[in-house]
Write a protein that binds this ligand. Structure first.
Ligand code: 4AD
Ligand code: MG
Length: 441
């Protein structure tokens, strides 16, 4: 009889039909009269059984894990309570081997053995990605990015694609990757913020999803050398309105991912305790955070009491966030520890209209601020950081030709994903993570 060609996720609803499915052998088990295969094709997993002559034929061809096959047969509904994927099973009546994967020493399971040295596993990332956990995180990642775009679309915010090769810095010269651009010095972008700002007058509110690059020397759980940066820039709004926008974005995007029929169940599987955050997020002024840290005996990087003006580094920030246990808007950082473009608070000019969004288990997932509106103030900001202004003529022009109140933020995709999927490190949330010493595969 005819067989309908189908992907695995579609096969679950093809009960009693004869289908043709192609994929990779994810799991394999055989008894005397049966061969059980779990087939994988990226859309799902399908349990398949070979019986009788087919099972005997298998004994002679010796299938292996990660071999590619095409299976033909009838989809049967399993009795309730049987938990195989989709609640169905494929009764194979014919199969073709597309390609046999190696057995023995070179077998897939030896290459990505559980408990292997993490750096060996990273060398085998192309194979490790086939594993259930990593592929689940990648599915959630796709859903997250889709949900982000959906949110921006609903809010009439336009997507743009700024350049990756630039001649300006945004977040400090020490983490710039330099490159030789036809004999001129150029950098890989640290943030598309400055370019987004130039789009306001032409497109209104804008966003981009673009790779950012940081030459971060330190090995930490949450720093990558290349990461996917979700950035937005919004005009004619004030700081409080921007905070409301950010919390709305996070809560709606989480809702979309949880409602997604594929990603939702994967989040529950990866992060069983996950609870969607409730609005409004807690607001915590930097100066009150300093008090909080001291009251809780958490010390700064020099092992001393925190004082106003200290950077709240990763370890302290995480301790505070984990103890408080809910999302936090940490606001109003001192001018000296923030970037040249940040607007000062009208009521307290030594601090800025800035925010970091902190999540339990990860810490900072988002950084944002209102931006300086006048040329004079901006030039003072450049001077404070010792940045030559020439390469920024186009950015300064924004203040000259119709300046306006505006602000924006950047979300680290791998960081928000680490929070959502409860991953120990952002490395598990990137397809091919780049960090100090790692640029392959
Ligand atoms: O706080 P950052 O450095 O802020 C900016 O780049 C602003 N110019 C963004 C803007 O306002 N448009 O970076 C923003 C976010 C951080 O909160 C973090 O989630 C992520 O980007 N991030 C990194 N993620 C992984 N590895 C790194 N090395 C990261 N550096 C920043
Ligand atoms: Mg930051």
């Amino acid at each position: 009889p005819e067989a309908k060609k189908t992907k695995i996720s579609k096969s679950y609803s093809a009960v009693d039909e004869r289908v043709k499915v192609s994929g990779w052998i994810h799991r394999l088990r055989s008894s005397k009269n049966h061969v059980f295969i779990v087939l994988r094709d990226g859309t799902g997993y399908l349990q398949a059984v070979l019986t009788g002559d087919l099972a005997l034929a298998y004994q002679t061809t010796t299938l292996t894990i990660e071999s590619t096959v095409t299976l033909f047969g009838k989809i049967c509904k399993l009795p309730d309570g049987k938990t195989a994927s989709g609640g169905v099973e494929l009764l194979v009546d014919y199969y073709e081997i597309v390609s046999l994967a190696p057995s023995g020493e070179d077998a897939y399971t030896n290459k990505v053995a559980e408990g292997a040295d993490p750096s060996l596993l990273l060398d085998q990332r192309h194979l490790a990605l086939r594993g259930e956990t990593l592929s689940a995180v990648m599915k959630v990642r796709a859903s997250l990015l889709r949900s982000i775009r959906r949110f921006y679309d609903e809010e009439s915010i336009t997507e743009v694609t700024p350049p990756c090769m630039v001649q300006t810095q945004v977040e400090g010269g020490s983490t710039l990757f330099k490159l030789d651009y036809y004999g001129e010095e150029a950098f890989l972008t640290q943030s598309s913020q400055l370019y987004l700002e130039t789009c306001l007058a032409s497109l209104g509110d804008v966003y981009c999803i673009q790779e950012s690059f940081r030459a971060e020397k330190s090995h930490t759980r949450r720093h990558l050398s290349e990461y996917t940066h979700i950035e937005a820039e919004l005009c004619f709004l004030d700081f409080d309105e921007m905070l409301v926008h950010i919390e709305k974005l996070i809560s709606r995007v989480v809702q979309y991912v949880l409602e997604d029929p594929i990603a939702g169940p994967l989040v529950k599987q990866l992060n069983p305790g996950f609870q969607a955050p409730t609005l409004p997020f807690m607001r915590l002024d930097y100066k009150d955070a300093i008090t909080w840290l001291n009251e809780h005996g958490i010390e700064n990087e020099d092992g001393e009491q925190f004082k106003f003006g200290d950077d709240i580094a990763e370890a302290a920030e995480r301790k505070m966030t984990d103890t408080i246990g809910v999302p936090i808007f940490l606001t109003r950082f001192p001018v000296e520890i923030k970037s040249f473009y940040m607007k000062r608070c009208p009521d307290a000019p030594h601090v800025t209209e800035s925010v970091d969004v902190l999540m339990p288990n990860v810490g900072e997932i988002t950084g944002g601020s209102m931006r300086i509106e006048t040329t004079e103030e901006l030039e003072a900001g450049f001077a404070r950081e010792g940045i030559a202004t020439d390469p920024y003529y186009w950015f300064i022009d924004q203040r000259k030709y119709g300046t306006c109140p505006h602000g924006g933020y950047g979300i680290g995709t791998e960081r928000i994903l680490a929070w959502l999927c409860d991953r120990f490190t952002v490395r598990d949330c990137s397809l091919y993570p780049r960090f100090t010493g790692r640029c392959k595969p």
